[in-house]
Design a protein around this ligand. Structure first.
Ligand code: HEC
Ligand code: HEC
Ligand code: HEC
Ligand code: HEC
Ligand code: HEC
Ligand code: HEC
Ligand code: HEC
Ligand code: HEC
Length: 330
């Protein structure tokens, strides 16, 4: 080849490579979560597949949160995974995949986070389906690298990391207060592995699962005269995160805020001492005099589960002064 021809050939090849790079940006499909689906958890695994295994980095933007991951071709085989945080309501997820030539592919999808505690976010938009990942077709894509079937030893793994769930669900229960069975990796104490039904179901209402271990509370609460609305329907997870949270007893938020979702009118605390003081009784303080390790909240005076009085008070109120003195030295 003459030098000029080599030069022209190189120019043409590089040119077509650049052109190809621009025209055929990476092919990208989203394995999780499905577009226009809804979930209830505050986190979700974003799982992407690149059939040509040509992507070198991925960014995802959800609201003000940004996520990024480098993809190593050698061990990814064209997959990338990012754990995303979701806000209540509609979340628009923007994905930017950059391939080895620097070409960018952008894809967006919307996922709705439903919340039973927030009046505005009870119902997903029309047409949104509940998202389930653990279906045979999805799992088949992962099975070449991840163990997707449970073994008997997974019931009580030696270490939490030994659980087959850990690699993909490390974030579950990573909170200040962790539920014992979750911290131990004993995911199957609540998630069933029954064949023939959808995988990892938790029996509903969820109290059936909780009361297997919390039988002391079950007996105590069942023995009381009045049962609190949301507890009586058995959906403990309206208030508790079953894995863990940054509040004692794994409640979803400060217990006072939790109650105010459904009882806004009690915010002022005037109902406690109405007629005696112009100002209402505080409904928050750093410590609960009856339970020093916890913040004082509505739950300092009310049992959120059940009680022997209509108002579910956890102290006898037949004598006003004795009642107040259970916390105040007068
Ligand atoms: C070609 C092999 C391969 C395939 C196929 C694969 N993965 Fe992975 N995956 C890996 C490796 C390697 C890791 C990193 C393991 C580690 O951190 O110990 C990983 C990690 C993950 C993580 C954790 C990411 C993180 O940042 O914590 C998730 C979630 C995940 N994979 C989901 C999936 C899903 C879902 C599928 C199927 C749709 C899948 N993977 C298919 C190899 C694969
Ligand atoms: C290869 C990765 C991977 C492994 C291993 C894995 N999961 Fe998942 N799981 C996912 C992805 C992806 C989702 C969907 C997105 C999300 O909720 O984070 C999911 C969702 C779930 C859900 C919500 C319901 C559903 O089907 O979407 C439950 C419950 C669950 N996983 C339990 C488990 C348990 C228990 C184990 C261990 C026996 C396990 N997972 C192992 C990737 C994995
Ligand atoms: C104390 C019972 C309990 C234990 C133990 C438990 N879970 Fe869950 N988990 C639940 C309940 C209840 C739900 C909500 C299910 C529903 O609404 O259908 C849930 C939901 C999930 C989901 C979907 C939503 C989310 O929060 O991301 C994943 C993923 C999950 N669990 C993974 C795990 C893994 C992994 C482990 C073990 C480390 C584990 N769980 C241990 C009770 C439990
Ligand atoms: C496999 C047994 C098991 C199951 C099932 C289980 N728990 Fe627990 N739970 C425990 C253990 C063990 C502790 C730690 C008890 C302790 O430290 O005194 C605990 C502690 C708790 C605490 C904190 C108690 C405190 O004093 O602050 C709450 C709240 C709780 N569980 C709620 C639930 C809910 C809600 C469910 C059902 C979704 C559930 N648990 C299912 C075993 C279980
Ligand atoms: C209306 C919200 C709500 C519901 C529903 C609810 N809890 Fe609780 N639960 C709380 C709050 C708030 C606390 C913490 C009380 C405190 O700080 O003193 C708590 C505490 C607990 C504790 C710790 C022990 C104790 O007596 O303080 C356990 C165990 C528990 N809940 C289990 C359950 C189970 C099981 C269910 C379902 C049958 C359930 N909860 C339903 C709000 C709720
Ligand atoms: C998911 C909604 C919801 C949450 C969260 C909730 N409640 Fe309730 N509460 C109800 C419902 C429903 C009733 C029964 C209907 C009624 O009487 O208003 C009720 C009844 C009560 C009653 C009895 C009222 C009466 O006169 O019969 C008290 C006291 C109470 N709740 C306190 C609390 C406290 C304290 C919290 C927080 C730990 C809380 N609630 C959280 C829904 C909720
Ligand atoms: C210092 C103790 C105390 C605190 C804190 C407290 N309450 Fe009460 N609450 C009471 C007493 C006492 C009554 C009974 C009033 C009556 O029967 O006249 C009551 C009654 C109620 C009732 C039922 C009667 C009615 O008026 O509807 C509800 C619901 C209630 N409280 C919710 C809450 C909520 C929600 C909070 C937190 C924002 C809270 N309370 C904080 C002591 C308290
Ligand atoms: C379950 C415990 C508990 C009970 C019962 C209780 N209180 Fe309190 N009270 C508190 C806490 C906690 C504070 C806040 C203390 C602080 O901020 O240091 C408080 C504060 C107060 C204050 C000060 C308000 C302010 O703005 O400084 C008054 C007044 C008061 N309570 C009156 C009463 C009366 C009257 C009763 C009986 C109807 C009563 N309390 C029952 C726990 C309780």
């Amino acid at each position: 080849m003459k030098l000029t021809r080599i030069f022209l050939w190189t120019l043409a090849t590089v040119g077509s490579m650049l052109l190809a790079g621009e025209l055929q940006a990476a092919r990208l499909s989203v394995l999780s979560p499905a577009a226009n689906s809804y979930v209830e958890a505050g986190r979700v695994n974003l799982v992407l597949a690149f059939p040509d295994n040509d992507v070198s980095s991925v960014q995802a933007v959800v609201g003000r949160q940004r996520y990024a991951v480098q993809v190593r071709q050698a061990d990814s085989s064209g997959q990338a995974c990012l754990a995303l945080q979701l806000q209540n309501g509609l979340n628009r997820i923007e994905i930017r995949a950059v391939d080895r030539q620097g070409a960018v592919t952008i894809q967006t999808l919307s996922v709705y986070r439903r919340s039973r505690l927030s009046k505005q976010h009870q119902e997903p938009p029309a047409g949104y389906q509940r998202f389930y990942f653990h279906l045979p077709a999805n799992e088949a894509v992962c099975a070449s690298c991840h163990r997707m079937e449970a073994q008997l030893t997974d019931l009580q793994p030696a270490r939490p990391e030994a659980s087959p769930c850990y690699v993909c669900h490390k974030q579950v229960g990573q909170a200040l207060y962790r539920h014992k069975p979750v911290a131990n990796g004993a995911c199957f104490s609540c998630h069933e592995v029954v064949q023939g039904r959808r995988k990892y179901l938790v029996r509903q209402p969820v109290q059936q699962t909780c009361f297997v271990c919390h039988n002391v509370q079950a007996r105590q609460w069942n023995g009381m005269k009045v049962h609190h609305g949301p507890t009586a329907v058995g959906n403990c997870t309206i208030c508790h995160d079953p894995h863990g949270s940054d509040w004692p007893s794994f409640v979803a938020m400060h217990p006072t805020d939790l109650c105010l979702n459904c009882h806004q009118d009690k915010q002022s605390g005037t109902h406690v001492i109405a007629g005696f003081f112009a100002k209402g009784h505080p409904v928050r303080a750093a410590t609960n005099p009856l339970r020093q390790s916890r913040p004082f909240s509505c739950a300092g005076c009310h049992n959120p589960h059940a009680g022997d009085s209509q108002s579910l008070l956890n102290r006898d109120r037949s004598s006003f002064s004795v009642y107040c003195q259970s916390c105040h030295k007068l």
